[in-house]
Ligand binder design. Structure first.
Ligand SMILES: [Zn+2]
Length: 450
């Protein structure tokens, strides 16, 4: 394996027919496991008249009922604290992690066994190895190591590959940047937003990351790792190559990664998952090259079988042949492109956070930004609040804001964005899951910024 570009040379290069045969065997086995052990699946399968024996080809996947986040939440309410989806209670697991719980209904609680953790690390290893990290590397993981599952799996994958690991832990950004330089880290893992935040901090302290030993960044936690403009900015500020990955608490690990060829998207780990792309309204499959909602079935987590889980993520699937690396794993073009419910409609125009970010990131003097949508009088207003780099000259504001205004209008059917300057340090900074869009139209109270 040492000389191979693949973590798992055998399965990563399987022709599609054999890959699908492997998926079918794993799918049937996993459905049998879920039906035997999980109260939720046993009941849902019975309600829908589905039995695992009906799975004779991958097309039969359509017969399997879908699971939603709401189903999982509701089952936690019925049988607290872990619900009816897991195959064991807390006594059969060694760790519990939670989602960040922004929905107001409390978080999902995800249990894992020791065997699950071995699989979680294995999935991350596809990404670590696939982007060129080797045992001679030193990795710095800029992550809080808390209840959120985040980079926990990456940490174990680094150990599995044999990489020297520096767990960044909970500490201020300047201390993390100092450690990256002190230890001579060659790989850094963080969210895209936090990679930019660390670069700002280094800049403010007169430290040159481009002259550091860092060669690779492994990004996760936000769609921005595959927004070309954001990625280019990160690569430029670090003088290193950036590789996108994406995972979710509901799986416990990643399901996609970007290989060393950086094909403008992420390979799906298809020997361990089945990813479907559907129209969120009709629930029918959409063809290659069309955007739709990800539905995931993952095979490795015995404690929480995730079968046909509706993720709410927007993706566009293209064939594996798009990338010259030789993997048989299909690709999500542009990675995870956003959330099905991300899109805002302002005065009849569709507004996507991703499209705004792509424009703003081309202006290199912007430190941070926020989009605020309000309802004033009889109509909606959209305001882009931008925070400039501290050393930036105020004299340039009129020209800058006019240019940004023009570019945003041009890509949004002429929609009029207000451009406002925020004070240095005024806008929220994020370590995990940046939220730069505030839709205040539902709220009757005055505009309050966090
Ligand atoms: Zn590739």
């Amino acid at each position: 394996m040492a000389g191979s570009p693949y973590w798992n040379p055998k399965t990563e290069t399987l022709p599609r027919e054999r890959l699908e045969a492997l998926q079918l065997v794993k799918l049937r086995r996993h459905c049998e496991w879920a039906a035997a052990r999980s109260p939720w699946y046993r009941r849902r399968f019975a309600e829908e008249g589905f039995e695992p024996g009906q799975l004779r080809s991958l097309a039969d996947l359509r017969r399997v009922p879908m699971l939603t986040r709401e189903d999982w939440m509701a089952s936690q309410d019925v049988r607290p604290p872990y619900g009816e989806v897991p195959t064991v209670g807390g006594e059969g697991a060694i760790r519990v992690h939670t989602t960040s719980g922004t929905t107001g209904r409390g978080p999902l609680r995800a249990l894992d066994s020791r065997k699950d953790w071995a699989w979680i690390a294995e999935m991350w290893s596809y990404a670590v190895w696939g982007c060129g990290v080797r045992p001679t590397d030193t990795a710095y993981i800029a992550f809080g190591y808390g209840s959120f599952i985040g980079f926990w799996g990456l940490h174990y994958a680094m150990e599995k590959v044999g990489v020297l690991n520096v767990p960044g832990g909970a500490q201020p950004t300047d201390a993390r940047v100092a450690q990256i330089l002190d230890f001579g880290a060659t790989v850094v893992a963080s969210t895209p937003t936090y990679a930019l935040r660390m670069a700002q901090e280094a800049d403010a302290r007169g430290l040159d990351l481009r002259a550091s030993a860092v060669q690779r960044l492994i990004l996760s936690g936000e769609p921005a790792g595959s927004i070309p403009q954001t990625k280019a900015l990160i690569e430029e500020q670090w003088g290193a190559r950036a590789f996108d990955t994406a995972g979710m608490t509901e799986i416990g690990t990643i399901m996609v990664f970007e290989c060393e060829h950086q094909p403008g998207g992420t390979h799906i780990i298809e020997d361990n998952m089945i990813e479907e792309v559907i129209d969120p309204d009709s629930l029918e499959a959409v063809p290659y090259g069309e955007r739709g909602e990800r539905v995931v079935t993952s095979f490795g987590r015995g404690t929480i079988p995730l079968i046909r889980y509706r993720t709410g993520d927007v993706v566009c699937r293209v064939p594996a042949s798009r990338c010259p690396c030789g993997r048989g794993f299909d690709i999500y073009e542009g990675g995870i492109q956003g959330r099905v419910d991300d899109m805002k409609i302002v005065r009849g125009t569709n507004v996507y956070p991703r499209a705004i970010e792509a424009i703003v990131r081309e202006f290199r003097d912007v430190d941070e930004f926020q989009t605020v949508i309000t309802h004033e009088g009889i109509r909606d207003e959209i305001t882009l609040r931008v925070e400039m780099k501290p050393e930036w000259s105020v004299d340039g504001w009129d020209a800058f804001s006019a240019d940004l205004h023009r570019r945003l209008a041009h890509s949004h059917e002429g929609l009029n964005f207000r451009i406002e300057r925020a004070e240095a340090g005024e806008l929220p900074r994020f370590e995990l899951k940046a939220k730069r869009t505030a839709d205040l139209r539902e709220q009757p109270t005055a505009v309050v910024f966090p």
